[in-house]
Design a protein around this ligand. Sequence first.
Ligand SMILES: [Zn+2]
Length: 242
Amino acid sequence: MVAIGIDVGGTSVRAGVVDASGGLLDTARTATPRSEAALEEAVAGVVAELRARHDVDVVGLAVAGFVGHDRRTVIFAPHLPWRDADVADRIARRVALPVTLEHDANAATFAEYRFGAARGCRVGAFVALGTGIGAGLLLNGELFRGAHGVAPELGHLCLVPGGRTCPCGKAGCWERYCSGTALAATAVELLATRPGRSTVLAREAASNPDAVTGRRVAAAPVTAIRWHGWRWPIWPAGSARG
Ligand SMILES: [Zn+2]
Protein backbone atom coordinates (compact mmCIF):
# COMPACT_ATOMS: atom_id res chain seq x y z
CA MET A 1 0.00 0.00 0.00
CA VAL A 2 1.41 3.37 -1.04
CA ALA A 3 -0.25 6.55 0.21
CA ILE A 4 -0.06 10.25 -0.47
CA GLY A 5 -0.22 12.23 2.77
CA ILE A 6 -1.01 15.93 2.39
CA ASP A 7 -0.57 18.60 5.03
CA VAL A 8 -3.06 21.35 4.16
CA GLY A 9 -1.84 24.37 6.12
CA GLY A 10 -2.63 28.06 6.02
CA THR A 11 0.51 28.88 4.01
CA SER A 12 1.28 25.82 1.93
CA VAL A 13 -0.03 22.44 0.75
CA ARG A 14 2.75 19.90 1.32
CA ALA A 15 2.43 16.34 0.06
CA GLY A 16 4.54 13.21 0.44
CA VAL A 17 4.41 9.70 -1.02
CA VAL A 18 4.76 7.22 1.85
CA ASP A 19 5.22 3.45 1.77
CA ALA A 20 3.74 0.91 4.23
CA SER A 21 6.74 1.18 6.57
CA GLY A 22 6.51 4.98 6.80
CA GLY A 23 9.32 5.68 4.35
CA LEU A 24 9.08 8.98 2.45
CA LEU A 25 9.52 8.31 -1.28
CA ASP A 26 8.82 11.71 -2.83
CA THR A 27 7.41 15.17 -2.04
CA ALA A 28 5.58 18.06 -3.71
CA ARG A 29 4.27 21.40 -2.47
CA THR A 30 2.36 24.46 -3.56
CA ALA A 31 1.03 27.65 -1.97
CA THR A 32 -2.40 27.51 -0.26
CA PRO A 33 -5.02 29.36 -2.38
CA ARG A 34 -7.73 31.42 -0.66
CA SER A 35 -10.91 30.05 -2.32
CA GLU A 36 -12.46 26.59 -1.80
CA ALA A 37 -12.41 25.59 -5.47
CA ALA A 38 -8.82 26.77 -5.96
CA LEU A 39 -7.69 24.94 -2.81
CA GLU A 40 -9.32 21.69 -3.97
CA GLU A 41 -7.69 22.19 -7.38
CA ALA A 42 -4.31 22.69 -5.68
CA VAL A 43 -4.70 19.50 -3.60
CA ALA A 44 -5.71 17.54 -6.73
CA GLY A 45 -2.73 19.11 -8.51
CA VAL A 46 -0.10 17.81 -6.05
CA VAL A 47 -1.79 14.37 -6.14
CA ALA A 48 -1.58 14.34 -9.96
CA GLU A 49 2.06 15.47 -9.85
CA LEU A 50 3.04 12.64 -7.49
CA ARG A 51 0.91 10.00 -9.24
CA ALA A 52 2.80 10.74 -12.43
CA ARG A 53 5.86 9.27 -10.67
CA HIS A 54 4.33 6.65 -8.32
CA ASP A 55 1.55 4.04 -8.14
CA VAL A 56 -0.66 5.35 -5.34
CA ASP A 57 -3.54 3.55 -3.54
CA VAL A 58 -4.99 6.12 -1.11
CA VAL A 59 -4.84 9.79 -0.15
CA GLY A 60 -4.89 11.23 3.39
CA LEU A 61 -5.40 14.93 4.14
CA ALA A 62 -4.13 16.42 7.41
CA VAL A 63 -6.05 19.65 7.98
CA ALA A 64 -5.29 22.47 10.40
CA GLY A 65 -8.87 22.69 11.69
CA PHE A 66 -11.89 20.83 13.08
CA VAL A 67 -12.64 17.59 11.26
CA GLY A 68 -15.99 15.78 11.67
CA HIS A 69 -16.32 12.44 13.51
CA ASP A 70 -16.71 10.59 10.20
CA ARG A 71 -13.45 12.16 8.92
CA ARG A 72 -15.17 13.24 5.69
CA THR A 73 -16.01 16.85 6.57
CA VAL A 74 -14.05 19.94 7.56
CA ILE A 75 -16.27 21.72 10.11
CA PHE A 76 -14.11 24.82 10.58
CA ALA A 77 -10.51 25.76 9.85
CA PRO A 78 -9.37 29.26 10.88
CA HIS A 79 -6.81 29.67 8.08
CA LEU A 80 -8.59 27.72 5.30
CA PRO A 81 -11.77 28.55 3.31
CA TRP A 82 -13.65 25.31 4.17
CA ARG A 83 -16.78 25.63 6.41
CA ASP A 84 -18.92 22.48 6.92
CA ALA A 85 -17.47 21.24 3.63
CA ASP A 86 -17.53 17.60 2.44
CA VAL A 87 -13.85 17.84 1.56
CA ALA A 88 -13.07 14.10 1.42
CA ASP A 89 -15.78 13.44 -1.19
CA ARG A 90 -14.87 16.53 -3.24
CA ILE A 91 -11.19 15.53 -3.42
CA ALA A 92 -12.08 11.86 -4.04
CA ARG A 93 -14.19 12.91 -7.06
CA ARG A 94 -11.26 14.92 -8.44
CA VAL A 95 -8.52 12.29 -7.96
CA ALA A 96 -10.54 9.03 -8.23
CA LEU A 97 -8.85 7.50 -5.16
CA PRO A 98 -10.11 6.79 -1.60
CA VAL A 99 -9.59 9.92 0.53
CA THR A 100 -9.73 10.35 4.30
CA LEU A 101 -9.31 13.42 6.52
CA GLU A 102 -7.61 13.93 9.86
CA HIS A 103 -6.82 16.85 12.14
CA ASP A 104 -3.16 17.72 11.49
CA ALA A 105 -1.95 17.19 15.08
CA ASN A 106 -3.87 13.89 15.30
CA ALA A 107 -2.23 12.74 12.06
CA ALA A 108 1.21 13.63 13.46
CA THR A 109 0.39 11.86 16.76
CA PHE A 110 -0.62 8.69 14.93
CA ALA A 111 2.48 8.88 12.71
CA GLU A 112 4.70 9.03 15.82
CA TYR A 113 2.76 6.05 17.22
CA ARG A 114 3.15 3.96 14.07
CA PHE A 115 6.65 4.95 12.95
CA GLY A 116 8.33 7.36 15.38
CA ALA A 117 8.96 8.36 19.00
CA ALA A 118 5.76 6.77 20.41
CA ARG A 119 6.17 3.40 18.69
CA GLY A 120 5.21 0.64 21.16
CA CYS A 121 3.56 3.11 23.57
CA ARG A 122 -0.09 2.70 24.59
CA VAL A 123 -0.49 6.19 26.08
CA GLY A 124 1.16 9.37 24.86
CA ALA A 125 0.81 13.07 24.15
CA PHE A 126 2.05 14.89 21.06
CA VAL A 127 2.72 18.63 21.24
CA ALA A 128 3.72 20.70 18.19
CA LEU A 129 5.02 24.18 18.97
CA GLY A 130 4.58 26.59 16.07
CA THR A 131 2.41 29.63 15.48
CA GLY A 132 0.19 28.05 18.16
CA ILE A 133 0.19 24.67 19.90
CA GLY A 134 -1.13 21.61 18.09
CA ALA A 135 -1.70 18.58 20.27
CA GLY A 136 -2.86 14.98 20.08
CA LEU A 137 -3.57 12.38 22.78
CA LEU A 138 -3.04 8.67 22.37
CA LEU A 139 -5.01 6.56 24.87
CA ASN A 140 -4.71 2.77 24.79
CA GLY A 141 -3.34 2.92 21.26
CA GLU A 142 -6.18 5.08 19.89
CA LEU A 143 -6.51 8.79 19.20
CA PHE A 144 -8.70 10.55 21.75
CA ARG A 145 -11.29 12.61 19.86
CA GLY A 146 -13.73 13.60 22.63
CA ALA A 147 -17.50 13.97 22.44
CA HIS A 148 -17.52 16.13 19.29
CA GLY A 149 -14.55 14.61 17.47
CA VAL A 150 -12.36 17.72 17.75
CA ALA A 151 -10.47 17.01 21.02
CA PRO A 152 -8.04 17.54 22.64
CA GLU A 153 -7.00 21.14 21.60
CA LEU A 154 -4.62 21.27 24.58
CA GLY A 155 -3.19 24.58 23.34
CA HIS A 156 -6.42 26.23 24.51
CA LEU A 157 -6.34 24.95 28.09
CA CYS A 158 -6.37 27.93 30.44
CA LEU A 159 -2.86 28.32 31.87
CA VAL A 160 -3.15 31.89 33.22
CA PRO A 161 -6.68 32.88 34.39
CA GLY A 162 -7.48 36.33 32.99
CA GLY A 163 -4.26 36.29 30.94
CA ARG A 164 -3.49 37.17 27.32
CA THR A 165 -6.48 37.13 24.99
CA CYS A 166 -6.55 34.32 22.43
CA PRO A 167 -8.06 34.24 18.91
CA CYS A 168 -10.21 31.29 20.15
CA GLY A 169 -12.19 33.76 22.27
CA LYS A 170 -10.81 32.75 25.67
CA ALA A 171 -8.00 34.27 27.75
CA GLY A 172 -4.80 32.83 29.21
CA CYS A 173 -4.57 29.83 26.83
CA TRP A 174 -1.40 27.68 26.95
CA GLU A 175 -0.47 28.62 23.36
CA ARG A 176 -0.55 32.33 24.25
CA TYR A 177 2.44 31.60 26.56
CA CYS A 178 4.32 28.71 24.90
CA SER A 179 4.54 29.02 21.09
CA GLY A 180 6.52 30.94 18.49
CA THR A 181 3.95 33.75 18.66
CA ALA A 182 4.06 33.71 22.47
CA LEU A 183 7.86 33.89 22.52
CA ALA A 184 7.71 37.11 20.49
CA ALA A 185 4.90 38.54 22.66
CA THR A 186 6.85 37.76 25.85
CA ALA A 187 10.00 39.39 24.47
CA VAL A 188 8.11 42.56 23.47
CA GLU A 189 6.44 42.65 26.92
CA LEU A 190 9.75 42.23 28.78
CA LEU A 191 11.61 44.77 26.65
CA ALA A 192 8.84 47.32 27.26
CA THR A 193 9.57 47.06 31.01
CA ARG A 194 13.21 48.06 30.35
CA PRO A 195 12.95 51.15 28.12
CA GLY A 196 16.65 52.02 28.43
CA ARG A 197 17.81 48.90 26.56
CA SER A 198 19.84 49.65 23.44
CA THR A 199 20.02 46.20 21.80
CA VAL A 200 18.87 45.77 18.20
CA LEU A 201 15.93 43.64 19.37
CA ALA A 202 14.89 46.28 21.93
CA ARG A 203 14.89 48.98 19.23
CA GLU A 204 12.85 46.74 16.90
CA ALA A 205 10.37 45.93 19.67
CA ALA A 206 9.94 49.63 20.49
CA SER A 207 9.52 50.84 16.90
CA ASN A 208 7.55 47.96 15.34
CA PRO A 209 6.55 45.22 17.81
CA ASP A 210 4.57 43.32 15.14
CA ALA A 211 7.84 42.68 13.26
CA VAL A 212 9.35 40.77 16.22
CA THR A 213 8.97 37.05 15.52
CA GLY A 214 9.70 33.95 17.58
CA ARG A 215 12.50 33.05 15.15
CA ARG A 216 14.01 36.53 15.58
CA VAL A 217 13.90 36.25 19.39
CA ALA A 218 15.43 32.75 19.34
CA ALA A 219 18.35 34.08 17.26
CA ALA A 220 19.02 37.05 19.57
CA PRO A 221 22.13 36.76 21.81
CA VAL A 222 20.23 36.64 25.11
CA THR A 223 21.66 34.69 28.04
CA ALA A 224 18.91 35.02 30.65
CA ILE A 225 15.50 36.55 31.23
CA ARG A 226 13.64 37.44 34.40
CA TRP A 227 9.98 36.54 34.45
CA HIS A 228 7.65 36.44 37.46
CA GLY A 229 10.67 36.90 39.74
CA TRP A 230 12.58 33.93 38.34
CA ARG A 231 15.85 34.09 36.42
CA TRP A 232 15.54 31.80 33.37
CA PRO A 233 18.79 31.04 31.57
CA ILE A 234 18.29 30.68 27.83
CA TRP A 235 20.69 30.30 24.94
CA PRO A 236 20.31 30.76 21.20
CA ALA A 237 19.03 27.63 19.41
CA GLY A 238 21.88 25.39 18.29
CA SER A 239 24.45 26.64 20.80
CA ALA A 240 26.47 24.03 22.71
CA ARG A 241 24.85 24.95 26.02
CA GLY A 242 21.30 25.03 24.62
ZN1 LIG B 1 -7.25 29.85 23.00
